[in-house]
Design a protein around this ligand. Structure first.
Ligand SMILES: [Ca+2]
Length: 547
């Protein structure tokens, strides 16, 4: 029994006729399967339509499969059925699929090749599915005429690199979807202006987006401006986004990068600044979210004066590079920021994967000014990229673990670092204590006893008074008087010089003052510390106990 009827064969003749009539009448005014139209004129292929087109013509391509390499050297607007439907957020209609074809002398098949020997060429390519090779390639290696390219709402699957080079005056790559790319998804080299926005790139065996100079003609052709915004990049073997070479003014903003650098290259990461000694203009890296990329951001090796590749870092002195308000969280397991070269990188107000400064210090490597940094990992907006919580970029804190390890209430004290001060630890203002507690820090007792900053902390944190008498305390009997306390409760710890806790009392300070007696007859004679911990801070005093 014949079971494999086609859809039409399964219909009665009468119904088939009606169906075809509806199908044709519903589409005849626009485009239908495997149709290429300019106005009411149809062409046998996209290339035939391009060849026949007057400058500025709109070429409408219907659903179907097109096995072509299309050469474009004039201003045309080439539109597939999904020219207005995002491949990332929309619901696409049946695709016009361009299967890239092999080109003589090139190994990789190509879909579109754009080139021109004249100025003022403006090409747009919208709404296709492109598979099997390079979706678009700069086909001009001799002429420097400026070509404008708009590549929008295309779905590239099982493809190869999108390459734009020097003849392109302006390239806009927006709202495309790149899935399963054989090497780097988007590579723009020496174009006048590069705009790469709102694309989704998933699974690339190279990088995600690379903006660089032309390597075809040497390193002297500059990408003048680059805007890389709101792209979502995941599962790429190498860098998520890279700015390289003689790239001039560049903005990398609101991108989300997850699982870039899956090769775990120690020099690469979610965002890479490569060979920055040749950077001109300004580089702004902001509001990006990078995760699972081994490193968050790296500044990578460059070339020496003889164009020999050197390992290690570059000198970025005088380069206007800012890296602010990004999230480089702890899933970037190697470093949040890595800058092995010289010259200080401005990288303030990033989330670095920790609030403990001792941990943060391990998350950053090299000449990086990373303080103040964000103490809140939350993304404050559903907009693409990372938007920090207001007020969460605050002065750096050092969290000093104290007490001995057997103390079940082992806590921390929060102190600021003041660069250049020989005794770097001073306590934060009382007004900031609650903010830090709200952020998850715990206020606790004591740096290690006997350190000079202990007294500084005591005197700077509070106007509240702790009086100990008598001192020395014969036989271990003494009183601790708390005066003018704003807190209603306090903990009083007696600590030995080695940090061992000897005694602890919890006291109510309901009227602002209290006297608490201690009787430590069994402790050896020596110097001890009295630490009073309240919501307003920590006060530490010495006491000498005598036989
Ligand atoms: Ca966001």
């Amino acid at each position: 029994m014949k079971k494999n009827y086609s859809f039409l064969n399964g219909m009665s003749y009468a119904f088939k006729f009606i169906f075809l009539l509806i199908f044709l009448s519903g589409t005849a005014l626009s485009v239908f399967a495997n149709s290429v139209m300019i106005g009411a004129t149809s062409y046998p292929s996209i290339q035939a339509a391009v060849n026949a087109a007057s400058p500025g013509a709109v070429i409408m391509v219907g659903p179907g499969t097109y096995n072509e390499t299309i050469y474009v050297s004039k201003s045309v607007n080439i539109q597939g059925p999904n020219a207005a439907i995002s491949p990332n957020t929309g619901s696409r209609t049946t695709e016009a699929i361009i299967v890239a074809q092999s080109v003589a002398s090139y190994l990789t098949p190509r879909a579109f090749v754009v080139y021109s020997n004249s100025t003022g060429v403006n090409v747009s390519i919208k709404g296709f599915k492109i598979t099997g090779g390079e979706p678009l390639m700069d086909g001009n290696y001799t002429n420097l005429s400026a070509i404008q390219i708009l590549f929008e709402k295309n779905f590239i699957e099982a493809g190869s690199i999108f390459y734009g080079g020097v003849p392109f005056g302006a390239v806009t790559i927006t709202d495309n979807r790149f899935i399963n790319i054989a090497n780097t998804a988007v590579f723009l080299a020496g174009v006048g202006s590069a705009t790469v926005t709102d694309n989704v790139i998933d699974q690339a065996r190279g990088g995600g987006i690379i903006i660089t100079a032309s390597f075809v003609r040497g390193e002297n052709t500059i990408t003048q401006t680059a805007n890389v915004l709101r792209n979502k990049i995941s599962h790429v073997s190498l860098e998520g986004i890279q700015l390289a070479h003689t790239c001039k003014d560049a903005m990398v903003k609101d991108n989300e990068i997850d699982f870039a650098n899956t090769s775990n290259d120690p020099n690469l990461g979610g965002i890479v600044l490569w060979d920055p000694t040749l950077f001109q203009g300004t580089k702004t890296i902001t509001n990006n979210k990078v995760s699972n990329s081994f490193n968050g951001l790296t500044i990578y090796r460059g070339f020496d004066g003889n164009r020999v590749l050197i390992e290690g870092g570059d000198n970025i002195t005088g380069k206007n590079i800012t890296v602010n308000n990004n999230s480089f969280d702890a899933t970037n397991i190697n470093k949040a920021i890595l800058h092995p070269g010289s010259g200080m990188l401005n990288a303030e107000c990033n989330w670095l994967g920790a609030i403990d400064p001792l941990v943060v210090a391990t998350r950053v490597s090299g000449n990086v000014d990373y303080t103040p940094y964000l103490i809140n990992a939350n993304d404050n907006s559903t907009a693409m990229g990372f938007q920090p919580v207001a007020g969460s970029c605050i002065d750096p804190a050092t969290v000093i673990f104290c007490g001995n390890n057997n103390d079940p209430e082992r806590k921390v004290i929060i102190c600021q670092i003041t660069p250049g001060v020989s005794n770097p630890e001073i306590c934060i203002p009382i007004a900031d204590v609650q903010k830090r507690l709200d952020a998850g820090d715990k206020l606790g007792h004591c740096p290690l006893p006997g350190t000079a900053d202990l007294q500084n902390i005591t005197t700077r944190i509070s106007t509240e008074e702790v009086k100990i008498s008598p001192n020395p305390a014969n036989g271990g009997v003494f009183k601790v008087e708390l005066k003018n306390f704003k807190s209603s409760t306090a903990d009083i710890y007696i600590m030995a010089a080695n940090g061992m806790m000897i005694s602890k009392k919890f006291v109510q300070v309901s009227t602002g003052s209290i006297v608490q007696s201690f009787n430590l007859r069994n402790v050896p004679a020596g110097v001890y510390y009295v630490k009073v911990v309240s919501a307003n801070g920590v006060r530490t005093s010495k006491i000498s106990i005598k036989p």
